[in-house]
Design a protein around this ligand. Structure first.
Ligand code: PLP
Length: 482
């Protein structure tokens, strides 16, 4: 937002919007102001977060929110959806053009919803379709109770192979307590215990033994790139559908940092994503698919999803249009370069990183060498104004709640304009906090995995050092709430 006129317009739009909100519920207006102050004043290193542009934010706050539009473009269960059709068609067009995908579905409300749409569309395409053909039925409405029983058995008897949570996969990739681990028989692939890297031979071996219907690739906390051409070869060998969840790294795909074998879209049958992480759009999801899977993906609503959020689809269209601009490529490259700077900053100060570094936007810091759990490190860092999240490391002895890791990501601070030197300083500040944090004890004096003691004066010192950088790279620089 370098344009001063746009800055003034945005400032006055938000000043007036907050006045209108305050006239009904002043505490919400106040919390909204406070959230901006807090975000402006902290080092946001949560790898799944970003700062959407004012254009994207403003697009979300409109009367499109009031419209019901179940169904698909031009084929709705409600009247009066012509403008929603325009919005959804534009979001899908930008997504197809940006990612070079034959088909895009812009309705999913979130990344998890996008994955559910993908799972059901794979089941519908691979299981229900052939089942109906074999039973001479055109659609599920023709089925008897007995047929239903048999189809349900077929649907519920399918296998999924995904990356395990503690190796960096997501809950929805077949983690047993998640619906994906209940609706499918699941097995998980991990990473090499020595290197922390994916071993494609092991994935292939598991796939040959398990013969899954679906192989899920993609991650939430794996700090490396994936070869999706190899994943597709593995899927083809065993007759599986390759689904890639690029929720985390979609911005690096959009910005052409990940190309060739590292671009999932040409290799996967179905690619899902969120729009709010490295892609820097509104909170939401997208599904990209080959022509073959498009008809079953189109059944997402009302099969799996509630009515589409038209105001969010409009904001997706704006964000995707932004991501198609040349400047987004520079941003995406900076995100990856800054992650390398952050990783080097840690390694130069003797800290341990899972896989020994990064080549995407994530750095996974193993805090056990500081004698801390992830929970203790996360809390101490938050006291010092550094916002991170605790995360398991492979074979984590502290489990998924306390963990032994801290996951850090560069998309948000890169949006603010942080570069190599600032990320090196961020590493220095984090190491300084962790060096000065001791594990605490429970009320009855036993060792605790949650409580901690941060040495006096450290939080203020780190906050002062951060303030200098945050001041130099303001968040929404032209936005003045008056
Ligand atoms: N998929 C991956 C790989 C993720 O990392 C996440 C979120 O953290 C999701 C899906 C879920 O996204 P959402 O929170 O929008 O449902």
């Amino acid at each position: 937002m370098a344009d001063q006129n746009l800055d003034a317009l945005t400032s006055s739009a938000y000043q007036q919007a907050l006045e209108v909100i305050a006239s009904v519920e002043p505490r919400i207006a106040e919390a909204t102001r406070q959230e901006l102050t807090d975000q402006r004043g902290s080092l946001k290193l949560i790898a799944s977060e970003n700062y959407a542009s004012p254009a994207v934010l403003l697009t979300m706050g409109t009367w499109f929110s009031d419209k019901y539009a179940e169904g698909t473009i031009g084929h709705r269960f409600y009247a009066g959806c012509q403008n929603v059709d325009t919005v959804e068609a534009l979001a899908a067009e930008h997504a197809r053009e940006l990612f070079g995908a034959p088909y895009a579905y812009a309705q999913p409300h979130s990344g998890i919803d996008a994955n559910l749409v993908a799972f059901w569309s794979i089941l519908a395409h691979r299981v229900e379709g052939p089942w109906l053909q074999n039973h001479d039925a055109k659609n599920v409405n023709d089925l008897t109770d007995e047929d239903w029983e048999s189809l349900r058995h077929e649907l519920g008897n399918q296998r999924l192979l995904g990356m395990s949570l503690d190796s960096g996969g997501h809950l929805t990739h077949g983690f047993r307590p998640n619906i994906s681990g209940k609706m499918f028989h699941q097995q998980q692939y991990g990473t090499d215990p020595e290197t922390g890297l994916l071993d494609y031979d092991v994935v292939a071996e598991k796939a040959r033994e398990f013969k899954p219907l679906v192989i899920v690739a993609g991650y939430s906390a794996y700090p490396r790139r994936v070869n999706f051409a190899t994943m597709r070869e593995i899927a083809d060998e065993v007759g599986a559908t390759l689904m890639v969840d690029m929720a985390h790294f979609a911005g690096l795909v959009a910005g052409k940092v990940f190309t060739g074998d590292e671009d999932p879209v040409p290799h996967a049958h179905i690619t899902t994503t969120t729009t709010h992480k490295s892609l820097r759009g509104p909170r939401g999801g997208l599904v990209l698919a080959t022509e073959e899977y498009a008809p079953s993906v189109d059944r997402g609503c009302p099969m799996v999803l509630g009515g589409p959020l038209s105001h969010i689809m409009a904001a997706k269209a704006v964000a995707l249009a932004e991501a198609r601009q040349e400047s987004f490529r520079g941003y995406a490259q900076d995100v990856a370069d800054n992650a390398k700077s952050l990783a080097e900053g840690f390694l130069n100060r003797g800290a341990e990183l899972v896989t020994g570094g990064t080549d995407n936007h994530i750095v996974l810091l193993d805090v056990s060498s500081f004698g801390l759990t992830g929970r203790q490190a996360e809390s101490a860092l938050l006291d010092a104004g550094v916002v991170t999240n605790r995360n398991s490391v492979p074979a984590d002895p502290n489990g998924a709640w306390y963990t032994s890791g801290i996951r850090l990501g560069t998309p948000a601070l890169t949006t603010r304009g942080f570069g190599h030197d600032e990320f090196d300083t961020v590493a220095e500040l984090i190491v300084h906090v962790l060096d000065n944090t001791q594990p605490g004890t429970t009320k009855d004096g036993k060792p605790s995995k949650a409580s901690y003691v941060l040495a006096d004066g450290i939080a203020d010192k780190v906050k002062d050092a951060s303030a200098e950088m945050l001041h130099k790279h303001p968040l929404y620089p032209g936005l003045d709430l008056g």
